[in-house]
Design a protein around this ligand. Structure first.
Ligand code: UD1
Ligand code: UDP
Length: 354
């Protein structure tokens, strides 16, 4: 069967790696890179490190407003689908590339499969939440990472084509964790001592584009004095410069370029705590058994909070500081994300599609 997979942003490359490996055992996969992310450290490095096949199409869409970026992805993907006429279009996560892929396929009456279906933050101010809801409603196969996701869909009346598969990022992490430990030199490069540093990532517009939020997050992390590795997303770098914060980052914060996946895994796995507003990083913190402080008011990964390994602080300076010092997870660490999601997804596709 011919399947077109759509990826365009950093977390999608990571999600697509294990699924693509499984799919290609029995199907023809055509990979489309929309070009939403394009810096080598936001794109190429993941293809190299994770041995993701070279994209068959690169749409070169790049950055822009939501309308422009989504629209250009839509036009480009539609052209590819008209030419390739696949039996299925596979989309991942919740980015503008995901929305465009789902919409283009649905309008051409090509079945859509959504990996990471059913997630909800119930915050429609997040662009991702709009993308998730819309894509789920045009999808024929909805591969849910958690039971919460299945229930979220049920509440919206979506029951057909819904499968609880587990989480594909867990597969990526399991596959690469030991490789990362063996190959990464990140601790040595930044003189980091295992268990004695923090990892910080920030890229949500609700934080990055807001001076007060950024001052608060940087202020709280700076004040704690703990060595903090801060791989900076290009969007974040742009706003830190705009707000005049880039040149006066506290001395304990080591700002660096975005990391490759192996260095990121190695750094997170050795960290004392992780501070983040990323969806994927919250999940990985849990999988690596590292306490996570989430710099948001809400999360889609509610299980990590209920399990006591993740705490929501928003951008509240005092709360972040308190959690850096005091947050201690319980000894219990239940399996929340399963293993083998990619195999299950490939099997379901083989069984259900033709
Ligand atoms: C996007 C996704 C978000 C996801 C994140 C993963 C949407 C709406 N957002 O957010 O869900 O969590 O990717 O990282 O789809 N830029 C560069 N080089 C790049 C890419 C981006 O400089 O390679 C800069 C540009 O200034 C751009 C800004 O980052 O305007 C934002 O990029 P964009 O892809 O629009 O959104 P993200 O914030 O990365
Ligand atoms: N990641 C990475 N290098 C970094 C920051 C993140 O490899 O410098 C990985 C991270 O380990 C996770 C994924 O990128 O696998 C998460 O992507 P991101 O935070 O950009 O987006 P989100 O998950 O919030 O959509």
């Amino acid at each position: 069967m011919k399947i077109v997979s759509i990826a365009g942003a950093r977390p999608q490359f990571i999600k697509c790696a294990p699924v693509s490996r499984e799919l290609r055992k029995s199907h023809q996969e055509i990979l489309v890179h929309t070009g939403q992310h394009y810096d080598p450290e936001m794109s190429d490095i993941f293809f190299d490190e994770l041995s993701i096949p070279k994209p068959d199409y690169h749409l070169g869409v790049g950055s822009g407003s939501h309308g422009k970026q989504t629209g250009e992805c839509l036009v480009g993907i539609e052209e590819v689908l008209e030419k390739e006429r696949p039996s299925l279009v596979l989309v991942y996560g919740d980015t503008n590339s995901t929305l465009a892929g789902g919409l283009a396929a649905a309008k051409l009456h090509i079945p859509v499969a959504h990996v990471e279906a059913g997630l909800r933050s119930y915050d429609r101010r997040m662009p991702e939440e709009v993308n998730r809801v819309l894509v789920d409603h045009v999808s024929d196969l909805l591969f849910c990472p958690t039971e919460t996701a299945v229930n979220n869909l049920l509440v919206e009346g979506i029951t057909k084509g819904v499968y609880l598969t587990g989480d594909v990022m867990a597969d990526a992490l399991l596959h690469n964790r030991e490789i990362a430990e063996a190959r990464s030199g990140i601790l040595g490069k930044y003189s980091l001592t295992r268990g004695q540093f923090l990892v910080l990532t920030v890229h949500r517009p609700s934080n990055t584009d807001n001076r007060e939020h950024m001052e608060s997050i940087i202020g709280a992390t700076g004040k704690c004095g703990k060595t903090t590795l801060f791989p900076v997303h290009p969007r974040t770098r742009k706003y830190l410069k705009l707000f005049g914060l880039w040149d006066r980052l506290p001395r304990n914060i080591i700002a660096c370029e975005p990391l490759g996946y192996l260095d990121m895994l190695a750094a997170m796995g050795s960290a004392e705590k992780i501070l983040t507003d990323s969806g994927g990083v919250q999940k990985e913190a849990y999988l690596l058994s590292v306490p996570c402080i989430t710099l948001r008011e809400n999360t889609e990964w509610v299980e990590t909070v209920s399990a006591g390994w993740n705490v929501l602080t928003g951008s509240d300076r005092a709360m972040i500081q308190k959690m850096i010092w005091d947050f201690t997870p319980p000894s219990d660490h239940p399996d929340l994300f399963g293993v083998g999601a990619s195999v299950r997804i490939a099997e379901l596709i083989s069984r259900l599609c033709r």
